[in-house]
Design a binder for this molecule. Sequence first.
Ligand code: HAM
Length: 440
Amino acid sequence: MPDEPLRSEALRSPAGTHDVLWPESARWEWIVGDFAKRASLYGYRLLVTPVIEDARLFARGFGETSDVVGKEMYTFEDRGGRPLALRPEGTAPVVRSYIQHRPVLPWKVWYLTPAFRYERPQAGRYRQHHQIGVEALGVDSPLLDAEVIELAMSTVRAAGLTNTELLINSMGCKECRPAYESALSQYLAARQGGLCAYHHEHWKEVPLRVLDCKTEECRGATMDAPRIADHLCSDCRESFDTVLGDLDALGISYTTDYRLVRGFDYYTRTTFEIVSHSLDAAQNAIGGGGRYNGLVEALSGPPTPGMGFGIGMERLLVACDAEGCLPVPDPSVDVYVADLGQAGTSTLIHDLRNAGYSVERSYEDRSLKAQLRSAGRMGARIALIIGQREAAAGEVLLKPLALDDDQVVVARDVIVHVAGKWVERCRRHLAAGRVAERSR
Ligand code: HAM
């Protein structure tokens, strides 16, 4: 059936996925560029790992009872019968890569990755979302925890967000968590009747997750539940106090939240989430992370502590929309070159681009007037016009479109230099206008 037209659903991005078109993609560029620079200041280097991994990596890493493994993973067998999964997050692949390559510790990496989870699509919740994040392996220090949180917070602040809250908790460690879990289980067993329908049946699987349940029933029933902060061993207590003390010193405010247990079993000690109060409570986490000191070992690597976070690109951007920050960067082109198809135009355009200016032109045979209309529509800062007269005289007519100044005739051999000066003048003028507008 090669000629049968495709049905309409085949021509739409699959449910829960989306295309990122310009100008939205311009904001992505800005965020990723800013994050790459920021992460490198903290010593993180880019790591790129495959989108597919052995499915057993995630089952082992997150715990079989986690929602991601139980309900949300995209798993399949490839043609060779291998069990694969589309990565649902970025941490386990980093740990796998560490175990495979054994780089020198501490190993600090950052990433931009798509993540796939079969969830019910809704505002801010996708089946393919994207995360920027970092992982630091080989350092078990609360000073690193505070620094990682600082990096996450500064990323969110750089986008202009202010209506956010940093929630923080400690999950304890393998020494103190079991006693806490049994105190929580005793408490829940006595209140099973008050839990939501799902947790009424399933609370025993991971009692901690009941604390995280958003239903009114579970929230009410766990109001007076034992809190992990009261059950930490002295090492975990000391570590948590140091994290909080360092955040205080860095001027980062936070709220300790005993309900913050997060969805993966790998967390130990510090966990955190950055929530936006401008978003609907069901999807208000912009980013989250924490320490995972047992994960490398759980994945059959040598005991190695780890700490990191992931920030959801889509969530970050909807929060920006809600707060009216991070506007689309100015898309205007610097120079529009209008000509009559003369031979030297491509070289001129090449020289301008090489000098760092964005340039547009017409690729078709159009009148100079029509080309100048396009220049106006594109918001070009200046136009360079090469008509018959200019071509014959070895000159270019420079028209500053962003300023009221008159057009000037410029010799062809100095045009790149002169055009650059005019572009800079226009940029300064436009920037001053934007500042004046903001202060009005
Ligand atoms: P996570 O909390 O599952 O953590 O995801 C991190 C962020 O990704 C969330 O805060 C949210 O902004 C975004 N996100 C998650 N699921 C979706 C979705 N379905 N649609 C849109 N955005 C979503 C992790 O993934 C951990 N690996 C973070 C980490 C790194 N922990 C230690 N290191």
